[in-house]
Design a protein around this ligand. Structure first.
Ligand SMILES: [Zn+2]
Length: 403
């Protein structure tokens, strides 16, 4: 079933180039890739004579890299497409999320149009996988969720996504349990949360309800934790405890996780290795205002780190471009990842897939989804450091963006 086509003349990295202990670049080989039924069905060394085939795409000798992932966004909150307006004043997150609803309701563009603008922006930057939190709580009910799902229908065959039922106004604080449950019943893929300690005021009860729903619907958890100091550290410790209790290893993520800064000494080491052991990942939008968890320290401890754009011109922040590569570039600069290897390895933060550049080995394999990007870069390191534009983006064999 299905016709096959060949993507010819693309470069894939297969080794580093080193001299006297200094890595001065990456070695690539040029290959032709057969795509069938949305998968990579064959990989061959590039043969010039094959370039004129009927069903061929010329890869222009671009570098091929895994498709990019947006692991933390809010498709229901962006104001993209609306003429510029600054954010309104707010003294704390309660004031912010209270005024947010009215602000979004009054915009000249519908949720669908705004969500579409964000999706298109990210697709043009190489993303074909989205994890988006969607507000579900008594103030908005399932309304945003329905709008986002309708929008996503237009993108079938162009991207993958998972939605998080997100009680922005506090699971307990806003009595959002029923709304969250309803969203999960309708098939939403994850359960979210926000500051169970400071916002809900009852860490134990908030987390026990979250895990109860997660287990009942067999969904992973991704919870926003901005809390610092005791609120933050207690939340992390409880999350580890509940993860163990519920056997939810590999299915829990903490977004933002600023409180990880506040562990010291032996406890810090212990907690970080527990996070790694329990497969609890940390997701960051790499803010540069100092509110960033010790991401490289966590990564070295074996914690899975993912990046997301989070705010892209919304009621919370005037900043954000919807360019996930820009976030990785910022990450690399903050953490001084300047060597060829460190820059190359960092790409996994936005692909979820290590490149494993070894002698004569490559990351592409037969039977993989044909979802990847083509970039005009000599190597991954250059792509990350120089932020070269994405020339082509493929989703399961279909070109969803080209420059
Ligand atoms: Zn968020």
């Amino acid at each position: 079933m299905g016709e096959s086509k060949w993507l010819r003349n693309v470069r894939v990295e297969n080794a580093y180039l080193a001299r006297e202990g200094f890595t001065y670049g990456s070695k690539t080989k040029t290959v032709d890739i057969e795509i069938k039924n949305g998968k990579i069905s064959d990989i061959m060394d590039h043969q010039k004579s094959n370039l004129d085939g009927n069903n061929d795409i010329d890869g222009n000798n671009y570098l091929i890299l895994p498709t990019l992932r947006e692991m933390h966004c809010h498709l229901d909150k962006s104001k993209l497409g609306v003429p510029w307006e600054p954010i309104t004043p707010a003294n704390n997150i309660v004031e912010r999320f209270t005024s947010e609803i009215k602000e979004l309701d009054n915009l000249s563009l519908s949720l669908k149009d705004r969500a579409k603008n964000l999706i298109e922006t990210e697709i043009s930057n190489g993303v074909t996988f989205f994890r988006s939190h969607i507000d579900v709580h008594p103030a908005v009910g399932q309304c945003y969720l329905e709008g986002v799902l309708e929008t996503l229908e237009d993108y079938q065959g162009k991207l993958d996504y998972e939605l998080v039922a997100f009680p922005q106004h506090g699971l307990l604080r806003s009595n959002a349990y029923d709304d969250v449950k309803k969203a999960l019943e309708s098939g939403v893929q994850l359960i979210g949360g926000v500051d169970p300690s400071s916002l809900d005021g009852d860490l134990e009860r908030s987390l026990s309800q979250t895990f109860e729903l997660a287990v009942q619907f067999n969904v992973p958890i991704d919870i926003h934790v901005h809390d610092r100091n005791e609120h933050g550290t207690e939340t992390v410790k409880k999350l580890i405890e509940y993860t163990k209790q519920s056997n939810w290893q590999g299915k829990v993520a903490i977004s933002h996780a600023f409180g990880l800064n506040d562990f010291v000494g032996e406890e810090r080491e212990m907690v970080f290795s527990e996070l790694a052991e329990q497969g609890i990942s940390v997701i960051s939008s790499v803010p540069i205002n100092g509110r960033i968890p010790p991401l490289e320290e966590l990564r070295v401890a074996g914690v899975n780190i993912n990046l997301g754009c989070d705010n892209v011109y919304d009621s919370w922040s005037p900043f954000g471009t919807g360019d996930i590569l820009g976030k990785l570039n910022r990450y690399a600069e903050i953490h001084r990842l300047t060597t060829q290897e460190a820059l190359t390895n960092s790409l996994a933060l936005i692909t979820g897939k290590p490149l494993n550049i070894e002698k004569e080995k490559t990351w592409i394999e037969k039977d993989m989804d044909a979802s990847f990007i083509l970039v005009d870069s000599s190597s991954t390191a250059e792509f990350v450091a120089r932020q070269n534009p994405v020339k082509f983006s493929f989703y399961k064999g279909t070109v969803v963006h080209s420059l």
